[in-house]
Design a protein around this ligand. Structure first.
Ligand SMILES: [Fe+2]
Length: 442
């Protein structure tokens, strides 16, 4: 379901708008009191579909402040202004007082792609947004694809942009992105068909044996983002499981090809690969290095560790959330309380998520749950519990090492990184693992 921010200080109106937006425009309404609160939310949730804002709240020029923020950040989020606002009348839809809720809902529904007929029948919206990265590894689509454009009166309409079977390249999609387009739209009825088409295409690509390291990393990273997105939308369904498996096998292939760490980093950075994937891949590389120095090491430990690295942070949405590695960092972050809670329980959440995955084992679930040092998967525990899975300890060290390595302001020298780790994790068992990393890793 789409999400709409609503700023209406008058409680009676707010209730009427909110209830009807939810019922008839099929959108989740998030109340905010003013521009400041709205901007704070937009910083962590730029995927909001619509903002409905009062022109002024008290002394504050609410709608203008929000419009300026959207412009500065290049966010193409539709805004409907409640009340007259001359500054914005040319670029946004402004509704004069008194505002009937029917008119407001009609405009909101059109903007969100919910047709009048569908509103009457209270069905699903006609179009659904698909993030542009879904198009990176396909060369044509199995259905017509639309973009949403703004008309002169501030309303939105959907225009067909890619026809079924039209050929296009990754560069074509990048061109749309440089023009500020982040999402395409497909008819709701085709949503699942489209997603299956994309996942199958990527799986075929990843199964090719002649991919260069650069191509493999780039397609892996894309697969990772799609699995992550699908999990947030529909959970770990069969299509996502298959794509995840294929991506994990491809990560193992890339790690077995054993590029020098410096070359790997260069490829990860030069392809503008997401932080989330850089982190997962490097954790698997460092973890495998540590494991390979153990007397009991077997090649299947790489499969297990890569599975864990793939899923451990999969429920976290943003780079800011993934970077957090201590209780102090979590408490002092600018995340909302709800997001802090999600970060705090992400190890447990991820372990629950993979319980239905056909390739999972008890070891994998335990390591994922304990990957921040707590047996119950809640919080960040520098005093790593003594009785956690031994491979969870390897994960904790790899994770912390990679996070420092990827921090542009952190030390680059291995010795400096290791001394931070020694200070952070006093447990003797963990110190032993850190020692393994002192050996030459590239
Ligand atoms: Fe984590």
């Amino acid at each position: 379901m789409s999400q709409t921010i609503l700023i209406e200080p008058e409680e009676g109106l707010r209730k009427i708008f909110s209830l009807n937006l939810n019922t008839y425009a099929l959108t989740d309404v998030i109340d905010r009191s003013n521009a400041k609160e709205t901007i704070e939310l937009l910083k962590i949730l730029p995927s909001i579909s619509l903002i409905i804002a009062k022109n002024e709240v008290g002394e504050e020029k609410t709608a203008v402040t929000i419009a300026n923020f959207l412009k500065e950040e290049g966010l193409d989020i539709p805004l409907i202004v409640l009340g007259e606002c001359k500054e914005l009348a040319d670029s946004y839809l402004t509704l004069k007082h008194p505002i009937s809720w029917e008119i407001l809902i009609k405009h909101a529904a059109t903007t969100l792609g919910v047709s009048e007929e569908l509103i009457e029948n209270k069905k699903e919206p006609a179009f659904v947004a698909i993030d542009s990265f879904y198009f990176y590894d396909i060369k044509h689509t199995p259905c017509d694809v639309y973009i949403r454009i703004k008309k002169n009166n501030g309303e939105y309409q959907f225009v067909k942009r890619l026809h079924n079977q039209d050929r296009f390249t990754h560069e074509d999609i990048k061109k749309y992105e440089t023009q500020g387009l982040k999402q395409f739209y497909v008819p709701k009825d085709y949503q699942q068909y489209f997603v299956n088409f994309v996942t199958n295409s990527i799986i075929k690509e990843l199964e090719k044996s002649d991919l260069t390291l650069k191509e493999r990393l780039s397609t892996n990273a894309n697969a990772y983002e799609i699995v992550k997105d699908q999990i947030s939308l529909v959970g770990l369904d069969q299509a996502s499981q298959e794509l995840a498996d294929s991506c994990i096998q491809s990560m193992v292939k890339a790690i077995n090809a054993a590029p020098k760490l410096a070359e790997l980093l260069r490829e990860l950075f030069s392809s503008k690969i997401s932080y989330a994937y850089q982190h997962a891949h490097l954790v698997a590389v460092i973890g495998d290095f540590i494991l390979s120095k153990q007397t009991w090491y077997k090649p299947q430990h790489l499969d297990l560790f890569t599975f864990v690295a793939f899923f451990s942070d999969i429920t976290l949405k943003t780079e800011q959330e993934i970077k957090i590695n201590t209780t102090h960092e979590l408490k002092s972050s600018t995340l909302s309380d709800a997001h802090k809670q999600k970060v705090n329980s992400h190890a447990l959440d991820a372990s629950e998520l993979v319980k239905d995955h056909p390739s999972q084992t008890d070891d994998m679930i335990n390591i994922i749950r304990e990957h921040h040092g707590a047996r119950d998967g809640i919080g960040f525990n520098d005093n790593v519990a003594e009785d956690i899975h031994p491979i969870a300890r390897v994960f904790i060290v790899s994770d912390a090492f990679v996070k420092i390595m990827l921090d542009p302001d952190g030390p680059k020298n291995k010795k400096d990184i290791l001394s931070i780790l020694y200070a952070q994790y006093p447990s003797e068992k963990v110190q032993k693992i850190i020692k393994v990393l002192e050996q030459k890793i590239d």
